[in-house]
Design a protein around this ligand. Structure first.
Ligand code: NAP
Length: 291
């Protein structure tokens, strides 16, 4: 069993970007600028946005964090996005999800100009991804593909089972893995909460991508020997032994599943860091395309 080390690959991606930014600075060119919008003070969202902003600093990108009150109206938030769309210095806009219930995720995502859609959630970006045209790929699936590429894992002809069909992870993941490209070229089965015989389907998988948000859901009796297992899940589970009061759990029961796998991602240190690396790559590309 080998570990797909997201920390290591993410660091390599960030180091490459750091060099590219230093080159831009040396040539007097524009430095990429990411604007992050955080509504309310959800603990997990604070953590995610905080690490995205810190990573911008680490690489040498400019970043702006816009904090808005939980009670902000949808109209006001849409106005903020319009201002960022019109701000020539901003290359990428991300709005941290989830948003409060009174705000439509869909309206907000659709308000971001596709040229600044570094999260890759806008319908224009998604449409291009489906047609394998150059575009911004949603950060988590993009990060997973970068990791497979880094480890030279050729998935051609494999049967991939993706558990979860969200627009953020499961669905784009199924599209990328089924694309006529490398990595990709898999036969893909996408599963969800109404899937029958999930265990039997998983047992046929050469690759399992678990993105359902149910801690330790994937057990060893669902995984065939030699499978590749990508664990996307991150759930905060109360844990009194931890200083912060919780532990981070993936969707895979790592200790029991890992011995059966050829490759597996740990949680933390697998898909999470790759998501940030992919977001930074998207932001760099957004800047380059515009300038
Ligand atoms: P989501 O929007 O809640 O979607 C969950 C998906 O899982 C849905 O399609 C749901 O089916 C399916 N599902 C739920 N229970 C199931 C079950 N028992 N059997 C089979 N399918 C089931 O979640 P998400 O945003 O995709 O995120 C999934 C997990 O990944 C979460 O833990 C999240 O925190 C994590 N995540 C991690 C990163 C990272 O950077 N590592 C990034 C994004 C998300 P239905 O469609 O039928 O409801």
């Amino acid at each position: 069993m080998k570990i797909l080390d997201g920390q290591l690959v993410s660091q390599a991606t960030k180091d490459e970007l750091k060099i590219k930014v230093a080159q831009l600075v040396a040539e007097g060119k524009k430095v990429p600028h990411l604007a992050a919008v955080l509504v309310g003070n959800n603990g997990a969202s604070e953590t995610y946005v905080g690490s995205k902003v810190r990573t911008c600093e680490e690489i040498g990108f400019h970043s702006t964090l816009i904090r808005l009150d939980e009670s902000i109206s949808e109209f006001k938030l849409l106005e903020t996005i319009e201002e960022l769309n019109n701000d020539m210095d901003v290359d990428g806009i991300l709005v941290q999800l989830p948003l409060p219930k009174h705000i439509s995720d869909e309206k907000v995502i659709n308000a971001i100009h596709p040229s600044k859609d570094v999260d890759g959630f806008h319908p224009v970006s998604v449409g291009k991804m489906v047609q394998s045209l150059p575009t911004f790929i949603p950060a988590t699936p993009h990060g997973i593909m970068l990791m497979l590429e880094h480890y030279k894992i050729n998935t051609k002809g494999m049967h991939a089972v993706v558990i979860g069909r969200s627009n953020i992870v499961g669905r784009p993941m199924s599209i990328l893995l089924s694309a006529n490209s490398n990595p990709g070229n898999c036969t893909v089965t996408i599963c969800h909460s109404h899937t029958k015989n999930l265990r039997e389907i998983c047992l046929q998988a050469d690759i399992i991508v678990a993105a359902l948000g149910r801690p330790e859901f994937v057990k060893p009796d669902m995984v065939k020997d030699g499978a590749i297992v990508i664990d996307v899940g991150i759930t905060r589970v109360p844990d009194a032994t931890k200083k912060r009061g919780y532990a981070l759990k993936g969707d895979v029961e790592f200790d029991t599943v890992a011995p059966k796998c050829s490759w597996i991602t740990p949680v933390p240190g697998g898909v999470g860091p790759m998501t940030i690396a992919a977001l930074m790559t998207n932001t760099y590309n957004a800047c380059l395309l515009k300038h």
